[in-house]
Write a protein that binds this ligand. Structure first.
Ligand SMILES: Cc1cc2nc3c(=O)[nH]c(=O)nc-3n(C[C@H](O)[C@H](O)[C@H](O)COP(=O)(O)O)c2cc1C
Ligand SMILES: Nc1ccn([C@@H]2O[C@H](COP(=O)(O)OP(=O)(O)O)[C@@H](O)[C@H]2O)c(=O)n1
Ligand SMILES: [Mg+2]
Length: 238
């Protein structure tokens, strides 16, 4: 994902500057920053503060508008995601069982999920590691903008996380995937016992989430394209 690439290319000091700007109002809107003011708060020189702002800008984590006496700074979505990943790490440090809820709407995909899920190299692992044979396909969910930003917190979930290995069949290789135990809440009811599946190789970007389950979720939860649902991860019972 482009966002993680950008975040991993900045240093801890630069991330600390991003956090400072967020705390000063840059998370929810534009905040005025002067290099000398930021430098004082970071206990660094004005030159260092200026360089950190430039690096964060280059990494796509903030937008700047230069003024005569400072600059107006806003965190980008990638910047907010970078801080949320830090937040998820701290939650993992101090909370026994971090949970995460993601919201979105049901959508149709490219009709490829069915093929991948049915491949014996994956099916064997689903049976052994998840304890069921998934319905052949993935239920695709278009995440809300807020949930796209918070999905990075999935990296911090430990309970209910299962790795599926890559494999090959002679002609070609198939990539690994990670499954996260999930409960799904929809208008028609709740389904416990599904998994979010995140293939390492996918044609979808981070706005889409794919779900697998032993049942056809569209039938189980009376779902049609455009219906809203919430996916609960990392909680008790998932
Ligand atoms: C278990 C699993 C493994 C996958 N492995 C690969 C892969 O090796 N290479 C690839 O291009 N896509 C792979 N995909 C991703 C599909 O190409 C595609 O992004 C997506 O799953 C299709 O979803 P859709 O038909 O629901 O839109 C995999 C998908 C799943 C579910
Ligand atoms: N557990 C599941 C998996 C897929 N599905 C649905 O089954 C169909 C086949 O899945 P797919 O991944 O091949 O298709 P698309 O998601 O590309 O539309 C789609 O309509 C999915 O939404 C479901 O209802 N429950
Ligand atoms: Mg699908």
């Amino acid at each position: 994902m482009a966002e993680s690439a950008a975040a991993s290319s900045v240093s801890h000091d630069e991330l600390a500057a991003l956090k400072r700007i967020g705390l000063d109002g840059g998370l929810s809107g534009r905040t005025k920053v002067s290099c000398s003011g930021l430098a004082e708060r970071l206990d660094a020189s004005a030159q260092t503060a200026s360089r950190r702002l430039q690096r964060l800008d280059e990494a796509g984590l903030l937008n700047r508008e230069l003024l005569a006496d400072g600059q107006l700074v806003t965190l980008t979505d990638a910047g907010v995601s970078a801080l949320r990943r830090e937040y998820a790490d701290y939650r993992r440090l101090f909370e026994d069982d971090a949970t995460l809820s993601l919201d979105g709407t049901v959508t149709s995909g490219m009709g490829e999920g069915r093929h991948y899920i049915s491949l014996s190299g994956y099916m064997r692992q689903f049976r052994e590691r998840l304890g069921y044979e998934p319905f052949p396909g993935t239920l695709n969910v278009e995440l809300t903008a807020e949930s796209v930003r918070s999905r990075g917190e999935m990296d911090a979930l430990e309970t209910g996380t299962t790795r599926i290995d890559g494999w090959e069949d002679g002609d070609r290789t198939f990539g690994p995937a990670t499954c996260y135990a999930a409960r799904i809440d929809a208008d028609a009811g709740s389904y416990d016992g599904a998994h979010v599946i995140v293939p390492d190789r996918t044609h979808h970007d981070e706005t889409q989430l794919e779900l697998i389950a032993p049942v056809k979720l569209r039938d189980e939860l009376a779902l049609e394209d455009g219906d809203g649902l919430t996916v609960h991860l990392g909680g008790e019972g998932t």
